[in-house]
Design a protein around this ligand. Structure first.
Ligand code: 9PG
Length: 507
């Protein structure tokens, strides 16, 4: 009875549109085209001439973009393992358009209607032919509902997210990352040689990626770093760069010492065994139960060591969504709150001056803690991922571009990282247009990084790289995919093509 009384059913006026709304509480007008609505369930009946739905993926790698309302939903088809790793599997809707935290529909008049969450609780937004709807697993904060020109409304939502969750001042500068050239095959000798070659290029950060640790879960230097990580930090900082390190502190592989010796510190499945939190490195991995005091102490110790003892000042924290999955934890907090508390603890431990780049992070729940966030799946030195045609999160330049370009509006919240640009023509199948596209994408998103070792580059490619790193472009958005970069108008629209969805939609 009480709940019924609290519910709202009525009209909201958005400019000249009057739309029926059902919600768990009364809407409050912000402007003449904006409302705040209490968290909970929301349904807005929209004009039937809506054309497209904007779906926003849950984590860094999840599919994001516009889809025609009549088309199959944009999602990961045909692979429960990929879905668990690269989106919010729990709230997947195989036959309906939906996404995480924010969604929008394009109206026939060229404006959009956006519904976006200003809270945690795994908010979900979807659309049908006649409604835009929102749900939450647990009420938190409010909904923002607005109508207006596309870029204006997305920017306004991003500003409100930044207001509610905070926005940080950290700037990455220009980053060299080891992943997209050496993958796991890094060593202190290789780092020494690579850094020596990079020394006269205008990079700010040299970031070591996966491959330095004993195991995912056991964050000690492996045998390829016999002098220890502090020595490698000195190699990097002596050359004039900030030292960066990759870690995935909220997960552990089954064979890691952590998982073998302390399975009780992992998120539990319903079968009383550690829960599988995703798949990579050839198998499943588990998630740490960050609500336990011992895990908090472990994270404090780890980050004190990495920053205080070793001296890294830039951290790429990966596979973080695992800390926000539903599962058995010792405290009954909602999964996104457990995640938020864990990353807040990491931030508190490293202090304000360490740059935190989130990767595989739940996007909205990371606002205010991370300085930068990866906003798409991994690039690769090829365009299409032919092996995984139904998976918009498969590695490849096209998938990375598609997700990232649809998240450029997040820039008021944190730096948006579309992943690295390739300057090399050797060991790459990208053609010149595709290489140029990645350059323009990184320029537009405001985050410049590459993985090319200098000795993989021809002389003219080194010049191109240097020139791009030195440039400080003026960027203006002119349309959904059209930008002015200094004096050049760049239309990225022709690259926006989605594969035809499978004729029968598999789960
Ligand atoms: C290191 C890599 C790099 C890379 C990260 C991340 O969805 N997936 O299964 C998935 C697996 C790996 C992955 C991304 C997504 O790569 O994005 O930059 O740091 O880890 O192992």
């Amino acid at each position: 009875m009480l709940i019924d009384l609290a519910k709202f059913a009525g009209l909201v006026q958005l400019g000249d549109l009057s739309l029926p709304l059902r919600a768990d509480g009364a809407p409050r007008a912000l402007g003449d085209r904006e409302y705040l609505i209490p968290s909970g369930s929301v349904t807005v009946v929209h004009p039937v001439e809506a054309t497209e739905f904007f779906r926003h993926g849950w984590n860094s790698w999840s599919p994001s973009g516009w889809r025609h309302v009549g088309d199959a939903p944009l999602r990961i088809h045909g692979s429960p393992e990929r879905l668990l790793t690269a989106d919010d599997a729990k709230n997947d809707t195989p036959h309906a358009h939906s996404g995480s935290a924010v969604g929008a529909i394009a109206l026939a008049d060229g404006e959009i209607l956006l519904l976006g969450a200003l809270g945690l609780g795994a908010p979900r937004v979807g659309a049908t032919a006649t409604t835009l709807w929102g749900t939450v697993e647990e009420p938190d904060g409010e909904w923002f509902l607005a109508r207006g020109p596309e870029q204006e409304v997305f920017t306004r939502y991003a500003q409100l997210v930044a207001e509610r969750f905070g926005a940080r001042e950290g700037r990455a500068g220009r980053v060299w990352c080891s992943w997209y050239s050496f993958y796991e095959h890094i060593s202190e000798d290789l780092v020494r040689r690579t850094v020596a070659d990079l020394a006269d290029l205008p990079f700010d950060v040299v970031q070591l990626d996966d491959g330095w640790e004993r195991s995912v879960g056991d964050w000690e230097a492996n045998e390829r770093f016999p002098s220890g990580m502090a020595a490698t930090v000195r190699t990097i900082t002596d050359a004039g760069f900030r030292a960066g390190l990759w870690l995935s502190p909220l997960i552990a592989l089954p064979h890691s010492d952590f998982a073998v010796h302390r399975p009780d510190l992992l998120v539990q499945g319903t079968d009383g065994r550690p829960m599988v939190a995703g798949y990579n490195w050839g198998g499943p991995y588990y998630a740490l139960d960050t609500t336990q005091e011992e895990v908090k102490a472990h994270l404090r110790e780890l980050f004190t060591r990495v920053v205080g003892e070793w001296g890294f000042t830039y951290l790429k924290l990966d596979f973080m969504y695992a800390g926000a999955l539903e599962g058995g934890r010792s405290e009954p907090v909602h999964r996104e709150q457990a995640y938020r508390d864990a990353v807040a603890l990491i931030r508190e431990t490293v202090g304000d001056d360490v740059y935190l780049l989130g990767c595989g992070v739940p996007i909205i729940a990371s606002a205010g803690v991370f300085d930068g966030v990866r906003v798409g799946p991994d690039v690769a030195p090829f365009w299409e991922n032919a092996e995984r045609p139904g998976d918009p999160t498969g590695v490849g330049a096209k998938n990375a571009f598609l997700a990232s370009i649809h998240r450029s509006w997040l820039r008021p919240v944190f730096e948006t990282d579309p992943d690295v640009v390739y300057f090399r023509r050797r060991r790459s199948l990208l053609d010149d247009d595709q290489r140029r596209l990645l350059e323009d994408l990184a320029t537009v998103l405001g985050f410049k990084s590459t993985s090319d070792p200098v000795d993989w580059l021809a002389d003219d490619e080194v010049l191109e790289l240097r020139d791009w790193l030195e440039r400080r472009e003026e960027v203006a958005q002119l349309g959904r995919y059209v930008f002015r970069i200094d004096d050049r108008v760049v239309d990225l629209g022709p690259f926006v093509t989605y594969p035809a969805p499978p004729s029968t939609i598999a789960n």
